[in-house]
Design a protein around this ligand. Structure first.
Ligand code: ADP
Length: 467
């Protein structure tokens, strides 16, 4: 998915696997090597003392048979190269030492721990750090019958020295392990990534892949569905906007053509002076129709942008608004011989007073326009229990007009929809009134519903969430 993007700073899976496996392998190797070396070294040390002690007893036995420094020299020669051979007399003086030509230069040896201990217990072994770093001396001393002590000594490498020989093989082993781990991690990465590379992102949930990836794929699926919905929504909005613009232009054209037509007649002197005021009246009516249309279009576009009155919801005294609307429409009502009545009762809606007035104006005006002589329009305000215990603010505008057939109950809220074009036009309708009402209701989180049967009047009911 990140194709084309630079990989700088990205962590690589194979690198991650490589370092983890390598670290793990090295730890295991180090642990095993340490344990084995330790065990080997301990047993090697123990063996050393035991072997040296056995040789010391052997030497002691031969010396018992024919003691004397001459015998010792012979024995020293026998051990030469392998061990150091020393014979100490009963007083601690060195009678013979295979490592020194003149044993008299050596001091009294009774202070040597192994010698001292051998005098007490018959035999003694000891291991001491030697002067040179990295080596130790192992001693085995045995007491002879005549009080002298024979001592064998061997120089042995310490652990570092012991390990020294292992360094090169160890480096080789580590290099081999690193190479193997590198290959392994590459292969592993390829195997892990293979199904991921083959993922079909168009249908995320249909992939047969690691269950660990299900949450990720579900998220992708969810986002794709949301995106699709949004795209559809956008396309729908765009097509509605285009329809709307086309409709607006079309609706504007008719009154403009009428106005232009009459103005042309007057300019050409084709209108008799007696008719002038009638024609001026027609032009006036058409311009009024255009003004209403422009007002409605502006209201709708402002509603689309949801940018009305600074957007701060304020309590609206619906009764006061209804009474004001009835007043504004009194002339129309009188002309149509329709009685408008606002029933007693208070009601508060939270939102925009301008919009509440716009809604009521359109509904009451429709009630008057789609009515018959002597008919009524009633505005009733009430609070009703709504969902989850909260009250709803309900505004009901009912009339005694021809009513609306059920199959048109949805349609009448569409922009520019008119059931009877001629009647709507003739009464100054733009086809936008109910669309504005519905939109304004939505803006208040409210809904509008129509109850009507043809011939039995119509009732428009607005419901707003209570506070
Ligand atoms: P108009 O400007 O045409 O009145 P509206 O959006 O206000 O536009 O109404 C759409 C259509 O719904 C009207 O043309 C009319 O046919 C129908 N209508 C609206 N109100 C009523 C009503 N109270 N009684 C009967 N029909 C109505």
């Amino acid at each position: 998915m990140s194709a084309g993007r630079p990989h700088v700073g990205k962590r690589s899976l194979s690198g991650k696997i490589f370092s983890s496996v390598l670290a793990f392998t090295l730890c295991v190797i180090a642990a095993v090597a340490a344990i084995l070396t330790g065990m080997f070294y301990v047993s090697y040390s123990g063996d050393c003392e035991a072997r040296l002690m056995a040789q010391a007893h052997e030497a002691a036995q031969q010396l018992e048979e024919g003691p004397g420094s001459r015998k010792a020299a012979a024995l020293g020669a026998q051990f030469a190269g392998i061990v150091r051979f020393t014979l100490v007399d009963g007083e601690g003086a060195v009678l013979y030492d295979s490592a020194t030509a003149d044993p008299t230069t050596l001091g009294n040896h009774n202070d040597r721990p192994e010698v001292a201990e051998a005098r007490e217990t018959g035999e003694a072994a000891a291991t001491r750090l030697s002067g040179t770093l990295g080596t130790v001396n192992v001693y085995a001393a045995v007491l002879l019958d005549d009080g002298s002590v024979v001592r064998l000594s061997e120089t042995r490498e310490l652990l570092f020295g012991f390990m020294e020989g292992l360094v090169l093989p160890l480096i080789a082993l580590l290099a081999a392990v690193a190479a193997a781990v590198l290959l392994l991690s590459r292969a592993l990465t390829r195997r892990i990534m293979k199904p991921i590379d083959a993922l079909d992102f168009a249908r995320p949930l249909e992939n047969d892949i690691y269950e660990e990836m299900t949450p990720l794929l579900s998220r992708i699926d969810e986002q794709q569905r949301q995106l699709k919905e949004q795209n559809e929504e956008l396309a729908r909005a765009e097509s509605m906007r285009r329809d709307f613009s086309a409709n607006v232009s079309h609706e504007m054209k008719t009154p403009l053509q009428v106005i232009a037509g009459y103005a042309e007649l007057m300019r050409d002197g084709a209108v008799p002076p007696d008719d002038a005021s009638r024609v001026a009246g027609l032009i006036y009516d058409e311009s009024q129709a255009m003004r209403s249309l422009i007002d409605d279009v502006l209201t709708l576009s402002r509603l689309d942008e949801a940018a009305l009155d600074g957007d701060v919801p304020a309590p609206v005294d619906v009764r006061a608004v209804a009474v004001r609307v009835a007043g504004r429409l009194a002339a129309l009502a009188e002309e149509r011989r329709v009685h408008v009545e606002v029933a007693p009762g208070e009601l508060t809606v939270w939102g925009s007073e301008t919009l509440v007035e716009e809604m009521l104006y359109n509904l009451v005006a429709n009630g008057i326009r789609y009515n018959h002589e002597g008919g009524r329009v009633d505005v009733a305000l009430s609070e009703e229990p709504g969902e989850n215990g909260r009250t709803q603010a309900v505004i009901r505008v009912s009339d005694t007009g021809p009513g609306i057939p059920p199959d048109k109950h949805e349609k009448i809220f569409e922009r520019f929809y008119r059931m009877e074009k001629s009647r709507s036009k003739e009464t100054g309708g733009t086809g936008l009134g109910l669309a504005i009402v519905k939109h304004a209701a939505l803006y208040h989180d409210g809904v509008i519903e129509v109850q009507s049967e043809p011939g039995r009047g119509a009732a428009f009911i607005l419901r707003f969430p209570g506070k």
